[in-house]
Design a protein around this ligand. Structure first.
Ligand code: NAD
Ligand code: UDP
Length: 344
C-alpha cells in the first residue's frame, strides 16, 4: 500500500488493527468480492453511501459493470476484474465475500468452476484476511440446509444435503466455505462472520438467471405464461435486497458474534401464491404453465430469524408485495427500454 509517502512497510504485523495513515478513522477500506452482482452491487451502494473506501473484485461471470456505474469515477471506489480462484492482494479492513454464481442455471453451467470458486476463492479471501487482520464476512446460503427435515430452519440444524447431486457444487461448496471460515477462526484467529442468506429479490437481478422471482416478473412483463415447476406447492421466503444488505452490514459491524446467522424474510409463500401476486401486480390475465419439477428441489424453506433479532436487532421491513414494485419497474426498463441488454 502506498503509505507514509510511498515508503514500503514490510512488517505486516504493523498493519494489523491500524488504519492507513492517509485516511481518517471514520471509515474503512472494504473489499467486496462479487460486487458487480445483484446483492454485491446493492452492498457497494450502501458502503459507498456510508463513506467507506470500496474495492470490488469480480470476474464479471454474471455481474455487470453497469451495476456500479454511478461509482466508477468516484475517488473512494476501485474495480478489479479478477477471478477469486486466483489469489488477490490488497490492504483492507473488511472483506465481504460474495463471489459465486448464485442461481441454479449459473452454478450448474460449470459445476467444477463453481466448487473451485467456493473452495479456492474462499481460501484465498480467508488467507488475505489472515495476512491483513481484516474481518471476513461469508455470504453463505440457506442451501446449506438442503431439502430440510426441520421447519423453519434454525442455525443449529445440520441440513439434509445430497453430496453427489447437481446442486452439490453450490450447496456442498458453501458448506465447505463455512468450514474453512470456522477453521481459519479457530486456527489463525481470523475474525469471521457467517451469514446464511435465504432467497433474495430486487432490482438488478440478472434477467435470465432462471430464479423464480426474476422468471415470473420477466414473463409477466413480456406477457408470457408464468412457468411453475412441479405442483407449485413448494415454499420459499423472499427477502428484499435492501433489508438483506442492512442485516449484512449490522452483522459485520458487531464485535462478538461469528454466526452462522440466518438472514431472510420469514414470510412463506408457495410458488402458486407468488405467481398470483405477480399476476395481480403486472397483468391479471396471464396464464400459468406447469412444467416438470427440477431434481433435488427443496420442498420447503423458511428462515428462523430469532438469532438475527436477538443479536442484531434486525428483521426485514419490506413486504413481498411492496418490494416487487421497484423490481417490476427495473425489469420493465431493462426489458422494454433496452431489448439487447449490454454485457457491461
Ligand atoms: P450474482 O450472480 O448476481 O453475483 C455473484 C457475483 O460473483 C457476480 O458478479 C459474478 O460475476 C461474481 N463471480 C462469480 N464467480 C466468480 C469468481 N470465480 N471470481 C470473481 N467473481 C465471481 O448473485 P447474487 O444473487 O448477487 O449472490 C451473491 C452471493 O450471495 C453469492 O455468494 C450467493 O451464493 C449468495 N446468496 C444469494 C442468494 C440470493 O437469493 N440471491 C441467496 C443465498 C446466497
Ligand atoms: N421455480 C418455478 N418456476 C420458475 C423458476 C423456479 O416454479 O420459473 C421454482 C423452483 O423449482 C423452486 C422455487 O421456484 O422450487 C425457487 O427457485 P429458485 O431457483 O428461485 O431458488 P432456489 O431453488 O435456489 O431456492
Amino acid at each position: 500500500r502506498p503509505a507514509n509517502g510511498g515508503e514500503a512497510i514490510d512488517n505486516l504485523a504493523m498493519w494489523r488493527g491500524l488504519n492507513a495513515p492517509n485516511r481518517p478513522d471514520t471509515h474503512k477500506r472494504i473489499l467486496v468480492t462479487g460486487g458487480a452482482g445483484f446483492i454485491g452491487s446493492h452492498l457497494v451502494d450502501r458502503l459507498m453511501e456510508d463513506g467507506n473506501e470500496v474495492i470490488v473484485v469480480d470476474s464479471l461471470f454474471t455481474g455487470k459493470k453497469d451495476n456500479f456505474a454511478k461509482w466508477r469515477l468516484h475517488p473512494r471506489f476501485e474495480f478489479f476484474r479478477h477471478d477469486v480462484t486466483e489469489p488477490f492482494n490488497a490492504e483492507i479492513d473488511h472483506i465481504y465475500h460474495l463471489a459465486c454464481p448464485a442461481s441454479p442455471v449459473h452454478y450448474k453451467y460449470n459445476a467444477i468452476k463453481t466448487i473451485k470458486t467456493n473452495v479456492l476463492g474462499t481460501m484465498h479471501m480467508l488467507g488475505l484476511a489472515k495476512r491483513t487482520g481484516a474481518r471476513f464476512l461469508l455470504a453463505s446460503t440457506s442451501e446449506v440446509y438442503g431439502d430440510p427435515e426441520v421447519h423453519p430452519q434454525t442455525e443449529d440444524y445440520w441440513g439434509n444435503v445430497n453430496p453427489i447431486g447437481v446442486r452439490s457444487c453450490y450447496d456442498e461448496g458453501k458448506r465447505v466455505s463455512e468450514t474453512l471460515a470456522f477453521d481459519y477462526n479457530r486456527q489463525h484467529g481470523v475474525e469471521i462472520r457467517v451469514v446464511r442468506i435465504f432467497n433474495t429479490y430486487g432490482p438488478r437481478m440478472v434477467l435470465n438467471d432462471g430464479r423464480v422471482v426474476s422468471n415470473f416478473v420477466g414473463q409477466a412483463i413480456r406477457g408470457d405464461p408464468l412457468t411453475i415447476y412441479g405442483d407449485g406447492l413448494q415454499t420459499r421466503s423472499f427477502c428484499y435486497v435492501s433489508d438483506l444488505v442492512d442485516g449484512m452490514v449490522r452483522m459485520m459491524n458487531q464485535d462478538s458474534f461469528l454466526g452462522p446467522i440466518n438472514m431472510g424474510n420469514p414470510g412463506e409463500f408457495t410458488m402458486k401464491e407468488l405467481a398470483e401476486i405477480i399476476k395481480e401486480l403486472v397483468n391479471p390475465k396471464l396464464d400459468i404453465k406447469y412444467l416438470p419439477a427440477t431434481p433435488d428441489d427443496p420442498m420447503k424453506r423458511k428462515p428462523d430469524i430469532s438469532k438475527a433479532k436477538n443479536f442484531l436487532g434486525w428483521e426485514p421491513k419490506i413486504a413481498l408485495r411492496d418490494g416487487l414494485v421497484p423490481m417490476v419497474e427495473d425489469f420493465k426498463k431493462r426489458i422494454l427500454g433496452a431489448p439487447e441488454e449490454s454485457d457491461e
